[in-house]
Design a protein around this ligand. Sequence first.
Ligand SMILES: [Zn+2]
Length: 68
Amino acid sequence: MLLITCPVTRTDELVADRRIRSVVNHPTHIALHVECPCGSVHVYRTGRRWAARRPAAAARPAPELTPA
Ligand SMILES: [Zn+2]
């Protein structure tokens, strides 16, 4: 599962791994193309180097995925 923030509806969406259409490796990051519940495909950047540059963004999904 993957937690994304939809740029269209501005809500957090929990999507299944099979909704990931493609993963593209770039020198500075990994681009995930995710099929969103809103009907669009959004691109999200992830990866160690990207996380190092954007610590807040990288840390974000973990607490929300933890069951209360
Ligand atoms: Zn969306």
